[in-house]
Design a protein around this ligand. Structure first.
Ligand code: BG6
Length: 469
């Protein structure tokens, strides 16, 4: 395998899906506190006891034990997010919450204790609830200023501890999930396209601003954007399917185009013109975006899908971006189609398009696991299916590296079991570490090493040499 010497192997989580402690130490509420059943059900008014994210896997209190387990696997990098509402409880507060700041100080220190670089997502689907209720999230221009205050605060505090930063998780998902991705309470069906793209513009300006400030305050920092990489293939070679696929891919790539090139692409200007979409921009904002492109592009990759020009073809949702099922691929029990070669394809496609280093910051198999006796008096999960999924994807990452694509690192999603983003349940597990917590909230929260734990440890120790092509 061709993994470079300094390849950043590790795992990824997000604050809202693992920390719990939703109202402790001065933390404010965020939008996840009103989504007890995930992204497909309407939000509640406030937190309800059936919301697993309120406690999640209690990472807030158990992070030392968990980081130690990650270190045992040999992680070089650990991706997590800072919960914005732990730092600014309402989002628009004048002063930050010291207890929240201290928590991440301790967490990052714990990573460094084991030589692990933190990779920090500044905003991962956890907009402070007050910003959603009082401002309708990123539709409102004021969010740029609140985000700026937040990033200045965390860059000043963690500048010596964190080198790798991601501005927004899966920023392109806002077109499909405006609440989760943009803190926008207006349901998608009622949201005008002008408001939706205005919100995109605000997030893109904020991202460029964060990149500029990061480079000014932390000269060694590397700032990336983060997008869902869900390659869309034409369902047939029919030219109409090919053109429909081109449009769908452009909609996803728009966000990477803006972060890598810093200018509105022609296809988007045409789309705005033809759909009567008007957004407010200023010459200063356009200049800011042009001058502050990112250092690298990071992405999540779970699946691919197909596009058809035929409106009668049944579309399913998978990971947020809708598409038609590929007749050549199998799917997970949650209907996410498994396509290892797709990761080689997107790595090549993204590099050819953007010419920036790439970082795979999410990949993995979310599925049911069964905790069994390990025959040595303990418990484990024999997750050969997860090993196969990860092995096959990593082999294709190796192929892309051999193709000449610069890949900085790879963090598996949910390196420890956590609450699912789409369905807010526990039984869709991704981890190398099983957490004893069930969909009904029962369980001891004890941690157990799965078979894949030892497999990944070996992959890291051999720098990919143990992978099976
Ligand atoms: C990505 C998100 O969309 O996919 C994560 O960045 C999420 O937050 C992951 O958990 C897997 O999705 P799910 O719905 O299986 O948790």
């Amino acid at each position: 395998m061709n993994f470079p010497e300094n390849f950043l192997w590790g795992g990824a989580v997000a604050a809202n899906q693992c920390e719990g402690a939703y109202n402790e130490d001065g933390k404010g509420l965020d939008i996840q506190d009103i989504l007890p059943h995930g992204i497909k059900t309407p939000p509640t008014d406030g937190p309800t006891p059936d919301n697993l994210k309120l406690v999640a896997i209690d990472f807030n209190h158990r992070y030392k034990e968990d980081i130690k387990l990650f270190a045992e696997m040999g992680f070089k990098v650990f991706r997590t997010s800072i919960a914005w509402s732990r730092i600014f409880p309402n989002g628009d507060d004048a002063e930050p919450n010291e207890q929240g700041l201290q928590f991440y100080d301790d967490l990052f220190d714990e990573c460094h204790k084991y030589g692990m670089e933190p990779l920090v997502t500044i905003s991962h689907y956890e907009t402070p609830l007050h910003l959603a209720k009082a401002y309708n999230g990123w539709v409102n221009h004021d969010l740029i200023g609140f985000y700026e205050r937040y990033v200045r605060t965390i860059f000043a505090r963690y500048g010596k501890k964190v080198k790798y930063w991601l501005t927004f998780n899966e920023i392109n998902s806002v077109l499909h999930q405006p609440l989760v991705s943009g803190g926008i309470l207006t349901p998608l069906a009622e949201l005008s396209k002008s408001d939706l793209f205005q919100a995109c513009h605000h997030e893109l300006v904020a991202s460029a601003l964060a990149t500029k400030i990061a480079h000014e305050m932390m000269p060694d920092a590397k700032v990336g954007c983060m997008v869902i990489a869900l390659p869309l293939y034409p369902l047939t070679p029919k030219p109409d399917d090919v053109i429909a696929t081109m449009h769908a891919n452009n909609a996803n790539d728009f966000f990477g185009d803006m972060h890598a090139r810093g200018v509105y692409p022609g296809y988007m200007k045409r789309y705005f013109r033809e759909h009567g979409i008007e957004i407010r921009t200023t010459p200063e904002e356009l200049q800011l975006m042009k001058e502050n492109t990112v250092d690298f592009i990071s992405f999540s990759y779970y699946m691919s899908a197909c596009i058809s020009a035929d409106p009668d073809k049944q579309v399913s949702e998978g990971n947020i971006i809708p598409g038609v099922a590929n007749p050549y691929l199998k799917a997970s029990p949650w209907g996410w189609q498994i396509d290892p070669k797709g990761i080689r394809y997107v790595l090549n496609r993204f590099y050819n398009r953007w010419q920036k280093p790439l970082f795979i910051v999410e990949n993995g198999l979310g599925t049911n696991d069964e905790l069994v006796d390990d025959g040595k008096g303990g418990k484990t999960v024999n997750d050969d299916y997860r090993i196969e999924y990860l092995n096959d994807h990593l082999v294709q990452v190796g192929e892309a590296i051999a193709d000449g694509v610069p890949v900085m690192g790879y963090t598996t999603w949910g390196c420890i079991d956590l609450v699912s983003a789409s369905t807010a349940e526990m039984k869709k597990r991704y981890g190398f570490i099983y957490v004893d917590c069930n969909n009904d909230g029962s369980g001891t929260l004890a941690r157990y090493r799965k078979k894949s734990f030892y497999w990944y440890k070996d992959v890291i120790a051999t720098n990919g040499g143990s992978l099976k092509a």
